[in-house]
Design a protein around this ligand. Structure first.
Ligand code: ADP
Ligand code: ZN
Ligand code: MG
Length: 476
């Protein structure tokens, strides 16, 4: 029998706020000493009162709009009770039946094919702490407890495992473009539960799903989903039934293991959070937020290919990171040559940035204007491409103005006929054998002679001119 996969995702992303969701503790907890970013609120002391972080609400709402969700005028928080050592209050503050947003969709590309996945909702909640198991002990770190999260739930619209990672990468780009989350999976800033089921191809009803919990790398997700499809298929083909359960992916053994079945599923006893007021939005407020949503990465990718006539893969990289996008657009505007500009950015510029953790495109001392000017000077023939390559590290290091640097170092390409002719004459008299070979019909030798001229001029001679002058002298 032919089976079809059905999948839906639940994604949690840490909102990029200064403070936590309901208290004044710093939200910048990554890599901090355990339990140094805590207070009575986020450690669940009785008698404390939560206060809603408006920055988190605004960033959540803005993200929801970027996912084309509707924001109702009224939303509220609910208590979700469960008991676990990393949750000192015994409940999480989340949103149940009246979340901050509903509906929506995300457009993205699988290869160059455009897809759309419907969103069910984006809601706000706070994170739990973390358990660390070491030396036979289980330790609790509450730095993360109370951090603001947005949970984004898709409809069960995925039909093939190849669609999942491109969707998540797009979502990651959207969050970064909106500026609502760092969305790094490795740092746990974004994690994903994948719900998977199979149904006989052509059947309308969904099959029973399993949930792969807390996936935190793109590679693992793809592997885990494929393995889960295979596992379910084997059971179904033997006439078995799928247990509705939560499974965890063992990264080392590359198998999923059952963690919790439906029978053991928690009853969260949701009820409206009595300590918090509802959240309200006016039409004007929503409109203002809508206007602040930047161009989405998928739209930008399409625009880049059309407007700048660059390849799909180049546009994918340049549109993927908001700072890189900004850098490229400014540099291309200055150079008036987007293709060449893209080559420099993807090549020497990104290579240098990859080596240095501390610089990002827009805080690099080599400004996009300066890089754009360099591309233009090369195109105009003021300097050679070779010289460009040579001085690039210095531009990156010092941020010196390219025109000043060229003047200081006397690097202008020599386009003075007389001067090049002089060098050509010298080269010809130093290489009589080559001259003879050329006259005897070995056209290739000319390239080597041009090379000699370039070398003698320390890369500054205009190579086209050198070529022409050599031919003239040699009478060809
Ligand atoms: P639960 O109540 O078990 O949490 P939800 O209805 O809230 O389930 O859905 C959770 C996620 O699972 C959503 O992304 C949804 O699209 C997806 N989902 C629901 N049913 C199925 C199914 N039969 N197969 C695959 N995914 C599903
Ligand atoms: Zn706190
Ligand atoms: Mg659910």
């Amino acid at each position: 029998m032919e089976w079809e996969m059905v999948a839906g995702l639940e994604i949690h992303a840490r909102i990029k706020t200064e403070t936590k969701m309901f208290c004044n503790c710093s939200n910048d907890t990554f890599g901090a000493e355990p339990n140094t970013h805590t207070c009575p609120v986020c450690t669940g002391f009785p008698g404390t009162l939560p206060v809603i972080n408006s920055q988190a609400v605004i960033l959540g709402a803005k993200t929801a709009l970027a996912l084309h969700c509707e924001i109702p005028h009224f939303s509220k928080f609910d208590r979700k009770s469960y008991f676990y050592p990393d949750l000192p209050a015994g409940y999480q503050i989340s949103q149940f039946d009246e979340p901050i947003s509903e509906g929506g969709y995300v457009e993205f590309f699988v290869g160059e094919e455009k897809k759309s996945i419907r969103m069910n909702r984006l809601h706000l909640e706070n994170d739990a702490g973390k358990l660390v198991h070491e030396g036979g002990m289980s330790l609790v770190d509450l730095n993360r407890a109370g951090s603001p999260l947005m949970e984004m739930v898709t409809e069960a619209d995925f039909r093939s495992p190849e669609e999942i990672v491109p969707f998540l990468k797009e979502l990651q780009k959207i969050l970064r473009t909106v500026g609502s989350s760092y969305a790094d999976m490795e740092k746990g800033m974004m994690r994903c539960d994948v719900n998977v089921s199979l149904r006989p191809k052509g059947q309308k009803e969904f099959g029973t799903k399993t949930e792969l919990k807390n996936m935190n790398s793109f590679t693992n997700i793809e592997k885990a989903v494929r393995a889960e499809i295979k596992r379910q298929k084997e059971i179904l083909e033997k006439g078995g039934k799928i247990d509705q359960e939560t499974r965890g992916w063992d990264v080392i053994k590359e198998v999923s293991l059952s963690q919790r079945s439906k029978e053991e599923a928690a009853d969260y006893r949701y009820f409206p959070e009595p300590d918090l007021p509802p959240t309200t939005f006016t039409d004007e407020g929503i409109q203002t937020l809508q206007e602040s949503v930047p161009e989405l990465p998928a739209a930008k990718l399409e625009r880049f290919v059309k407007q700048y006539k660059i390849s799909w893969s180049t546009a994918e990289i340049l549109s993927g990171d908001p700072e890189l996008t900004q850098y490229f657009e400014i540099a291309a505007e200055t150079s008036q040559n987007p293709k060449k500009t893209a080559n420099w950015i993807l090549g020497d510029f990104l290579a240098a940035l990859n080596e240095r953790e501390d610089i990002s495109p827009m805080n690099c001392v080599l400004t996009p204007q300066n890089l754009g000017k360099m591309v233009q000077l090369i195109e105009k023939g003021t300097i050679s491409g070779k010289i460009g390559k040579e001085i690039f590290p210095e531009l990156l290091e010092t941020g010196k103005d390219i025109e000043k640097l060229i003047q200081e170092k006397g690097l202008e390409q020599v386009s003075d006929t007389g001067e090049i002719e002089k060098i050509c004459q010298e080269v010809l008299s130093e290489n009589p054998q080559m001259v003879e070979d050329f006259k005897g019909g070995k056209e290739k030798v000319l390239g080597a002679l041009v090379g000699q001229v370039m070398k003698k001029s320390r890369g500054q001679a205009n190579p086209q001119m050198a070529n022409e002058i050599l031919r003239n002298i040699l009478g060809k």
